[in-house]
Design a protein around this ligand. Structure first.
Ligand code: ARG
Length: 461
């Protein structure tokens, strides 16, 4: 049986198998091996510099740690559950490699500050990948927008057709959302960029450590200010999982639109065969499973946020073992989000938009009614409320006579106000409608082109 270094002479019996099962986190936290070794090397250097250990011991510890890392990367090590976690496993591997001097590494630190240091380092380095995937998705969206600055489609409120918009404008909405996700990630990284190492178990240490030195070595901005806070709180985990949850919520909304748009009754998007699945019973079916799974996995990511909030809310200061489960939540959210980003990215970049169908739906929808009301305000001096009323009457007339507003004649329009002139007819077309929406942030093709340039400069440089 492996001896767990955290079980001292005051234990008369080894741990039970059941306790080992609930206590061991190695299956999850072995993902932190690189960060753990990085933190340990910085710690060993600091111990040497401060003469808490000899130069010789420092050198031995560092070369031993590097060699353990190589062994792990060559798949030459076996991680033991008896040794609980990555910290104990690495210490044990080091012991086997360099002998008893390995025991000096844990001077002036505890697993409590070690694990927070590792996790912060992991989030910092893996956020680069997350930001890369978010940016890459923005790039895909911008490319679709570029091709569709003048593609007219229905814009919805309450999922009812509201006004004509351009597909480019619709797509750019998501570019903005993802842009804020990236900026939130950045904010969260700023706050977490404080070094907890040297907080030890909860009280700090009586050894003359140099926390500023390890802070610099590990690339943190500054050391944390309160040892108890450092080992107890996981607000950086909550924030990181929240940032991921919100990004996944944005993806889920796109996923939902893909599901809707690929439905036969919308028929706005044609999913490529390689991104659709069939039914085991209905031979005609092409299902948008990828998008549905993104929508579903978002619930799991949101669930992780609720879990971590709940884990923290009832914990007295400082460290409690409940905190150990934070890592599986971080990894699970991260892996799911990266996967969802890749999947949605592929769907958006490979799908075909059915422009004819989108235009057809707009043109049958009376969605330029607001444009007519605006014309009445601008040209016949109506108040908007009166213009709204008269346009409403025109719509009822169209419906009763099975007409679309676009195909109503001037003569018919004049039944509602003799002063209505031929110019009013122009505002009834969907292309005129989108062209006219040139206010900043509006849907006009000109504006959409401008916003694409702006987005490229802001997000892709
Ligand atoms: N595996 C533990 C965790 O992830 C490391 C800290 C253990 N500390 C302790 N006092 N038992 O939280």
């Amino acid at each position: 049986m492996k001896k767990n270094p955290s079980r001292n002479v005051h234990f008369t019996k080894g741990s039970s198998n059941l306790l080992d099962t609930i206590n061991a986190s190695i299956d999850v936290d072995q993902r932190l091996y690189k960060e753990d070794i990085l933190g340990s090397i910085a710690h060993a250097k600091m111990l040497g510099k401060q003469k808490i250990i000899s130069k010789k011991d420092e050198t031995n510890l560092i070369s031993g740690l590097k060699s353990v890392q190589k062994d792990i990367e060559k798949n030459k090590v076996f991680f033991s559950k008896k040794l609980e976690d990555i910290h104990m496993n690495i210490e044990n591997l080091l012991l086997k490699k360099i002998g008893k001097v390995a025991g000096k590494l844990h001077t002036a630190r505890s697993r409590n500050d070690q694990v927070v240091t590792d996790l912060k380092l992991w989030i910092k380095s893996n956020s680069l990948l997350l930001d890369y995937e978010l940016k890459n998705f923005q790039k895909t969206l911008i490319n679709v927008a570029k091709k569709n600055t003048a593609t007219i489609m229905p814009g919805y409120t309450h999922l009812q057709i509201a006004q004509p918009i351009t597909l480019g404008h619709h797509i750019l909405a998501y570019v903005e959302m993802i842009g804020r996700d990236r900026s939130r990630l950045n904010d969260c990284l700023y706050r977490l960029n404080e070094n907890p190492l040297g907080s030890a178990a909860l009280a700090g240490t009586s050894f003359p450590i140099d926390r500023k030195y390890t802070t610099k070595e590990l690339g943190f901005r500054e050391p944390t200010k309160n040892a108890m806070d450092s080992v107890s709180d996981r607000d950086f985990v909550i924030e990181f999982i929240f940032v991921m949850s919100l990004a996944s919520v944005h993806l889920s909304r796109i996923a939902e639109e893909i599901v809707l748009w690929s439905n036969q009754q919308f028929n706005f998007i044609i999913l490529p065969d390689e991104l659709s699945t069939g039914s085991s019973i209905m031979p005609q079916k092409k299902n948008p499973d990828g998008a549905e799974l993104v929508r579903g996995k978002t619930s799991i990511i949101i669930g992780n946020l609720v879990s971590i909030l709940n884990i923290i809310k009832g914990l007295p200061l400082s460290y409690s073992k409940d905190l150990q489960d934070d890592k599986s939540l971080v990894f699970n959210s991260f892996d799911n989000l990266i996967l969802c980003l890749k999947v949605i990215n592929e769907i958006i970049s490979k799908s075909n938009f059915n422009k004819t169908r989108m235009k057809e739906v707009v043109d049958k929808s009376d969605s330029t009614a607001t444009d007519l009301a605006n014309w009445l305000v601008k040209n016949l001096n109506y108040s908007f409320r009166d213009a709204y009323k008269i346009t409403g009457k025109i719509i009822v007339y169209c419906q009763q006579n099975k007409l679309n507003i676009e195909s109503i004649s001037l003569k018919e329009l004049r039944k509602f106000d003799k002063k209505i002139s031929i110019e009013a007819m122009n505002v009834l077309s969907s292309s005129n409608s989108v062209n006219s929406k040139s206010s900043f942030g509006g849907t006009s093709p000109e504006n959409t082109k401008k916003m694409i340039k702006f987005a490229i400069k802001k997000y892709l440089k």
